[in-house]
Ligand binder design. Sequence first.
Ligand code: ATR
Length: 476
Amino acid sequence: APANSADIGVTGMAVMGSNLARNLARNGFKVAIHNRSVGRTEKVIENHSEDGQFLPSESMDDFVASLQKPRVAIIMVQAGAATDAVIEELASRMDEGDIIVDCGNALFTDTRRREADLRERGLHFVGAGVSGGEEGALNGPSIMPGGPVESYKRVGPMFEKIAAQVDGDPCCTHVGADGAGHFVKMVHNGIEYADMQVISEAYDMMNKALGMSAPEIGEVFEEWNKGELESFLIEITAEVLKHKDNVTGKPFVDIVQDRAAQKGTGAWTVQTALDFGVPVTGIAEATFARSTSGSVKQREAAIGVLPAETQDQTVEDRDRQQFIEDLQKALYAAKLVSYSQGFDEIAAGAEHYEWDINLGDMAKIWRGGCIIRARFLNHITEAYKRNPDLHLLLADEYFRGEIASCIPAWRRVVAYAAANGFSVPVFTSTLSYYDAVRSERLPAALVQAQRDFFGAHTYRRVDADGSFHVEWTGDR
Ligand code: ATR
């Protein structure tokens, strides 16, 4: 490829990388492309009409030389060691002020380490979260770039152009320094876990308590997608539930094994939340629900063996509609709690790492392109506009009202599930959190007293400052 001629480069021509490159090319940028093995690069040139905008390179030397200065090279390879290897290959060929962008799913602590290392060497490193899967990468993802603000001046306009657009605004903004972009992407994925799980819990209740078939439940989700729950995940759920298996003609979902896989971003979100002491109970239960589904040996030991002792209440015909409406409200309430908890985690991360994250903007750039895109995200943006110091999303006046109208239904769903033996971990844990966080006095007082008893951990009094301790052994 001719030297200094490409606006930007992408290395890693698997599906995500080639789709990002095609998206850039379609938006008028000259894109240098490269892959470790030349075959993938050749396929991109052969199969895609954007080839006029592509400048392919077989070698790293040629790839780096083909970029206009200050150079911008996007890496889209496997997270972990492969990313480190490619960063080194690029960095050793780059000059001061050049920018390396990692659009892979890196753990934010890796991004922080890489950014610090490259900064020492005079290079900029931007860890950018990219959501929306293959389709998003090609047609407009949600992009969450971190890294130095200076580098955003160079990469921001290009990213904003290729990102999804909602109401004239790009689903991309500078999130914060070093690992902030990948941190926010991580929490986004955690929230996605919770969203998917609550949807599945509502499906499960309709299926088991009401005996509805998958396509019938699909109709319900289609209706729900016209209201406050309108979102990509509800929309695809309706489509999935109506889908028939080609081989058997049965509803597709009925022939799928009930063991959920995970790539780890949900677990990262929970692990990080544990480190900070942020109760992301909805996300945690959603992540553990996948683990429970995959606990094959334990399930085998339990199925048909553990007693249920359920009440076996049937839903009367006249109450079916009410039950479905209750599920809709429970789903909405549980979702609001999961998001509120997720935003708590972002706020905690921002405080700990001194990232200047605008929480309202995060909801704004999730409105399009990404998997959790949804109508209600607008209300999160507005809530943080109304009150930039909002400490609890649920306490915002709009969300307070929304949740108030859901509470009776939410309680009925959780109570019914408990009495009749249905597992609804996210419905239940989010309600339990809701009741705890609004509670004037928590039983943590007893926990503190116990800790003072066996470990002399001391306790604080409600009526005086300082730490106190009781000589318990004398009392026994
Ligand atoms: P897929 O997404 O199709 O499963 P993958 O095996 O996950 O592909 O690899 C994703 C990309 O990372 C590929 O472009 C791969 O390069 P190759 O086509 O040459 O295999 C790239 N990749 C993985 N490890 C790499 C490394 N150590 N150095 C450079 N590129 C690497």
